[in-house]
Write a protein that binds this ligand. Sequence first.
Ligand SMILES: NC(=O)c1ccc[n+]([C@@H]2O[C@H](COP(=O)([O-])OP(=O)(O)OC[C@H]3O[C@@H](n4cnc5c(N)ncnc54)[C@H](O)[C@@H]3O)[C@@H](O)[C@H]2O)c1
Length: 256
Amino acid sequence: MSDILTDKVVVVTGAASGIGRAIAVSAAQHGAKAVIIADLTETPLEGGAPAVQEIEGLGVAARFVRTDVTQRVQVDALVEAASEFGGVDVMVCNAGITLRSDGADVSEEDFHRLMAVNLDGVLFGAQAAARQMKNRGKAGSIVLMGSMGGIVGAGFTVAYSTSKGGVVLMAKALADALGPDGIRVNAVCPGTIDTHLLRTTPDVAAAAKKFAERTPLRRIGKPSEIGDAVAYLGSDLSSYVSGTALIVDGGLTSVV
Ligand SMILES: NC(=O)c1ccc[n+]([C@@H]2O[C@H](COP(=O)([O-])OP(=O)(O)OC[C@H]3O[C@@H](n4cnc5c(N)ncnc54)[C@H](O)[C@@H]3O)[C@@H](O)[C@H]2O)c1
């Protein structure tokens, strides 16, 4: 498709399924040298062949590393696995969850469970990648998965919106902290994207139809459209882009 990620080693969390998988496959299609897939399980939620198989089919090296992003030691080991290919160049902290019940009365237990994946897991990934990039004296790109839920709030996603708002500001703060080492940090904020998460979170699935009608482009997004946005942020085409939140939502959050 392009060669914008030539020679880059790309690590993606939550990459067995959905948007993460599309990011991993896009990386291979845009010329990455190797792609490391991190997830709780290698089996895609939507069924079909594991991502590693698809990426190897494109002639690109791929590895699966079983990782729970809420466990710092596992995330450190994940990033260490990139050493086989010379170290991580592009770290994509994508793994994230929603809650079945996420209104104003969200339980303390659910709130903390969500934050552990959507914020702790993202921070652990960024920290591990930054540490390795600095140790190797490498510039690099770190992409954090936000959401339109981190740009605008909704009454049925109280914890989720809180976490994604945090991701956007984490990207800005880390961009400042890591910029002097040549490390860029950005967030990507998708709108409604057709994945297992969307289809299996009842309130979100119900809202998605209305969102599609209100979206200037009049449709929900494809996972590959997020994959392409992340490929841009991982590549040298975005060499002066840091601390930004790239909204990829068909225009939905631009209108009322
Ligand atoms: N689908 C959408 O409409 C949408 C919109 C905006 C943002 N996002 C964000 O995009 C990201 C991916 O969402 P998706 O729709 O592809 O979801 P998904 O549920 O289809 O896939 C998420 C993947 O993350 C993995 N995962 C969950 N917890 C994990 C953990 N602790 N450690 C490692 N992996 C874990 C799951 O196993 C799964 O493979 C999330 O951060 C989500 O918040 C999605």
